[in-house]
Ligand binder design. Structure first.
Ligand code: ADP
Ligand code: ADP
Length: 232
């Protein structure tokens, strides 16, 4: 479902070159939850952002659901991107919009008509257990509920792939467990393929089918769980 080949990404800042992703090969199978585990600065976020072309790789290939995004013209890229959901550590909600308004936002951008939008938003809020909070503002709900909004919004375009950038890092352990359960349920119920990055071994242990360890821009080990984490 996600095929990454010889991916390389460098940043140039103040005359210095940092190689954030240094020749990564990765294959995430359809319907699996794949985790990339690594310390801060390992290149995880850059790798993830190359999957939906929030970052342009210097070289290498990324094919998602059969499409090589880098080869698509701008307009088709926008459509293809809508089919890749993404959730973030700090949720990234619009504070001036209600819960329902946040979930509706991508549907508005896609030009989904008002009536269908309302139906779809209700369906999405139901899916993440937030139906009763549709009219609340982000400031009025808990962190776990905010991430549920983030997840509902990410699923608006009916993506087959969800990218998770440290989605539970800002949450307490109990809320983390509930969000991970929700992601696992969505993975099973919708057949959603999930690629997540985290610095927490616990997250990988809890929900990943397979994982890789990232160090200094490279994937050093990868394989199915639990074998990967019990190797000497
Ligand atoms: P991680 O997500 O594992 O913490 P990142 O992908 O954020 O790693 O960062 C990998 C390396 O790339 C780090 O050295 C970081 O400082 C550098 N980096 C990340 N984003 C940028 C950027 N926009 N400009 C310059 N350097 C960056
Ligand atoms: P907690 O442990 O904090 O109660 P849960 O995940 O058990 O968190 O549930 C919180 C709310 O989200 C409940 O209303 C539950 O019914 C709802 N919920 C959890 N997972 C799903 C799901 N996959 N689909 C729909 N609703 C869900």
């Amino acid at each position: 479902m996600i095929q990454i080949e010889k991916l390389k990404k460098t940043y140039r800042t103040r005359g210095r070159t940092v190689t954030a992703v240094d020749g990564v090969d990765l294959h995430v199978r359809e319907g699996e939850i794949f985790g990339v585990l690594g310390r801060s600065g390992a290149g995880k976020s850059t790798l993830l952002r190359c999957v939906n072309l929030l970052e342009r790789p210097d070289s290498g290939r990324v094919v998602v659901d059969g499409r090589d995004l880098a080869a698509l013209p701008e307009r088709e890229l926008r459509t293809a991107r809508q089919r890749i959901g993404m959730i973030h550590q700090h949720f990234g909600l619009l504070t001036s919009r209600t819960v329902a308004g946040n979930v509706a936002f991508p549907l508005e951008v896609m030009g989904v008509p008002r009536r269908e939008r309302a139906r779809r938003v209700a369906e999405l809020l139901d899916l993440v257990g937030l139906a009763e909070h549709a009219k609340a503002y982000p400031a009025q709900i808990s962190g776990g509920q905010k991430q549920r909004v983030g997840i509902a919004r990410a699923l608006a375009g009916r993506p087959r792939v969800l990218l998770s950038d440290e989605a539970t890092s800002a949450l307490d352990p109990e809320t983390t467990a509930a969000i991970l359960r929700l992601l696992r349920d969505l993975n099973r119920e919708l057949g959603l393929t999930i690629l997540l990055i985290t610095h927490e071994m616990e997250v990988v242990k809890r929900i990943c089918d397979s994982a890789a360890i990232m160090r200094a821009g490279r994937l050093t080990e990868s394989g199915p769980l639990p074998d990967l984490l019990t190797r000497p």
